[in-house]
Design a protein around this ligand. Structure first.
Ligand code: GAP
Length: 445
């Protein structure tokens, strides 16, 4: 399947089945902002919950945090975002379109008469590259003119740095320890696109691990390994995951070393998570700009130091897109095309579909009772409309791993059939064992 075709099919399935909708669609949409529908919100929540379980609940050395989106404006001066979170951009004075300076479609030298606009084709209308800050600004206070400018955070990390001492002291942790946070971030991206891959409003799952200087390289390697394993455990095709090491010209201003976990999307290998050795840049800058000491006192060694930070930073939307792309497949079954989302049962939005074979002979009553029983334990869906084959297909498209059918034998034998989404194999299971059967196979570790 051609790559653009796959993305088009995925976008269309996401709308049809209620995974993702364009924001403000009835007004013509808002550029690169997306809304998650009933199935999408479950899928993304499962990603975030899984991350939280692995990073916070399963470990003794990481604490959770939920910092506000709005922060003191000085935070963004200290972090380097006011001065450095910029892209060089070129405007076309004729059609008013804006391009990144590295846009391969631009012919000639911007600012010179030979340069040609890739959209309207005008010559000599492109400006020289100018720096454009990617942070969204807003005003805080009742009167706009006198109000302070505040920013919508472009990353969640800074909320962790400014709270590091609060968390350290209140949780009685000791270094090495980490703080994890999931939350919205905003960037006025100039070349957004590829569906939910690069958007202007997105969610990050970030963890900052505070370590003793000199041990940072070692922790960096550990975190690289653990994070790659987490993506593999989501059921992603291993051959579609790879490392990309940042060269000296790619490294962010704060990073001593950085590796991206990349996934092979239909539009190429792209970053889904970054692992960064940030050294003492962040705490050093916040100490300088706030005038507050942010050193750690190691009682056992009787020494004081500014911790180094190893960061793991993943996009919840990007991981969600990765799961959708990896799971999408079409198969030919008895002359018909079957569309399947082969999602790992742990992240599938609905875990089981429940179907009475026909709407009579007591089957709906038995199926409804089973459905309510299952729904107490995990998301289930009841469907009694149309041929059973169609009902299975609808669940295949939604990524539901198990289809449970109540048929003519159920009342007498107290059994149902369970159909497996991927193999389409069916097996007979006792009515009172269905919940346990499904729960056991969800892999919710
Ligand atoms: N605190 C470090 C940081 O923010 P980053 O590489 O700029 O690093 C980390 O972003 C992750 O956030 C990326 O790997 C990606 O998954 C996600 N992300 C960044 N910009 C995004 C955007 N515009 N849309 C969706 N996800 C984005």
């Amino acid at each position: 399947m051609a790559d653009t075709v796959l993305m088009e099919k995925l976008v269309s399935l996401c709308k049809r089945r209620g995974f993702v909708f364009q924001s403000s669609e009835i007004y013509g949409g808002l550029g690169s902002v997306w809304d998650y529908g009933p199935l999408g919100v479950e899928l993304k929540k499962n990603v975030k919950d899984r991350w939280w379980r692995a990073m916070v609940h399963a470990r003794d050395d990481i604490e959770g945090l939920d910092a506000a989106i709005l922060m003191h404006p000085r935070v963004w001066e200290a972090s380097g975002h006011v001065a450095g979170f910029t892209d060089p951009l070129i405007d076309c004075r004729h059609c008013k379109n804006r391009f990144r300076a590295d846009d391969a479609r631009i012919k000639g030298t911007p600012g010179q008469p030979d340069a040609q606009c890739p959209v309207c084709g005008s010559k000599g209308t492109l400006t020289e590259p100018r720096l454009f800050n990617l942070m969204f600004k807003t005003f805080m206070g009742p009167v706009e003119e006198q109000a302070a400018i505040v920013y919508l955070r472009p990353e969640t990390a800074q909320g962790i740095y400014v709270n590091y001492l609060n968390v350290l002291q209140s949780s009685r942790q000791r270094i090495p320890f980490g703080i994890a946070q999931v939350g919205k971030a905003f960037r006025n991206e100039i070349t957004p696109g590829n569906f939910i891959f690069r958007t202007r409003e997105f969610e990050q799952m970030e963890m900052q691990f505070f370590v003793k200087p000199g041990t940072d390289a070692e922790w960096f390697e550990r975190w690289r390994e653990w994070r790659m394993q987490w993506h593999r455990d989501l059921g992603l095709t291993p051959a579609r995951l790879q490392w990309h090491q940042h060269g000296p010209d790619e490294l962010a201003h704060y990073a001593r070393a950085a590796f991206d976990i990349q996934y092979e999307f239909p539009f190429g290998w792209q970053e889904i998570e970054g692992i960064h050795n940030r050294g003492d840049f962040d705490l050093g800058r916040h100490q300088e700009y706030s005038g507050k000491k942010l050193e750690y006192f190691d009682q056992a060694a009787n020494e004081r130091y500014l911790p180094n930070i190893v960061e793991t930073s993943a996009g919840a939307d990007r991981v969600t897109l990765t799961l959708l792309v990896d799971a999408y497949r079409e198969e030919s079954v008895e002359g018909e095309t079957r569309v399947v989302l082969g999602l790992h049962p742990a992240v599938a939005p609905i875990k089981a579909g429940v179907f009475p074979l026909v709407k009579k002979d007591g089957m709906p009553e038995l199926a409804t009772a089973l459905y309510h029983d299952l729904k107490r334990r995990f998301p289930a869906f009841y469907d009694d409309s149309g041929a059973i084959g169609r009902r299975y297909r609808r669940m295949d498209e939604a990524g539901t791993p198990f289809g449970i059918t109540v048929d003519g034998d159920t009342a007498a034998q107290r059994t149902v059939t369970i159909r497996h989404r991927d193999s389409m194999q069916q097996e007979r299971v006792g009515l009172d064992q269905v919940a346990g059967f499904v729960a056991e196979r969800l892999g919710l570790d």
